[in-house]
Write a protein that binds this ligand. Sequence first.
Ligand SMILES: Cc1cc2nc3c(=O)[nH]c(=O)nc-3n(C[C@H](O)[C@H](O)[C@H](O)COP(=O)(O)OP(=O)(O)OC[C@H]3O[C@@H](n4cnc5c(N)ncnc54)[C@H](O)[C@@H]3O)c2cc1C
Length: 239
Amino acid sequence: HRLATMSLAYMRVGRWPLAAGLAASAAAAAYHRSSAAAASTCEPGIDPNKWTALTLSKVTTLSPNTAIYRFAYADPSAESGMMVASCLLTKAAIGSEKPDGSRANVIRPYTPISRPSVTGYLELAVKTYPEGKMSQHMASLKEGDTLDFKGPIVKLPYEPNGHKFIGMVAGGTGIAPMLQVIDEILANPTDGTKVSLLFANQSEGDILMKKEIDARAAAHSDQFTVHYVVDKTENSAWK
Ligand SMILES: Cc1cc2nc3c(=O)[nH]c(=O)nc-3n(C[C@H](O)[C@H](O)[C@H](O)COP(=O)(O)OP(=O)(O)OC[C@H]3O[C@@H](n4cnc5c(N)ncnc54)[C@H](O)[C@@H]3O)c2cc1C
């Protein structure tokens, strides 16, 4: 097998390099718009060029510090307009206080875990950091509250059958971009790409979406395999 390890892990994308890359990604977003338009007649629920307020409609706890946040579009028939692999930006006026008393904007990128074709909403898996500005803000939102979104920002357009084998290494919420690509591959019966995922977490209880990932591996055992590693465990079954 030719091993193509995809450099999708967001840990490698610094905030400023990402900001600098936004202009460059505008062309890719335009490409995406035209290709997405060919595949779907739905209006995108978010826009790469302007901020759109989406409404928090559901929160599902995944682990003690991570949850899935579902944000609804104004139009229930809209799709995310995302392509694989891409991320989006969130914005909230929760930064340092300005001389006029208002607060500076805090902007953070996230990778939706919902499929691009899902209508009405998108979902983010977000880890809450003890002093994290955006993750704390998101955790404080109540259903019905809004958050500003902009996107998609194309990271690496995925081409079916571009590689025979893809090796992925992810930690914690770094699973989000991997799931985007895995789901794209498994949803396409003409894509023969095989995927191996090494998913690292602190403990067994921290493994995000293990049931869902195992279900994908069971349903596509010839194409997708997953191995979990943890930092600490009481369970001797872990080797
Ligand atoms: C392309 C991309 C996609 C991403 N996708 C996801 C995703 O799907 N899900 C996800 O959960 N994350 C994702 N991230 C990470 C995300 O963008 C944020 O970096 C993350 O949510 C933390 O942001 P924050 O504002 O909550 O924390 P920040 O305020 O930026 O703080 C970051 C860290 O510093 C610590 N800290 C903050 N203030 C202090 C202080 N005064 N003293 C000491 N420590 C401090 C915080 O506790 C935290 O550990 C992605 C990043 C990129 C680049």
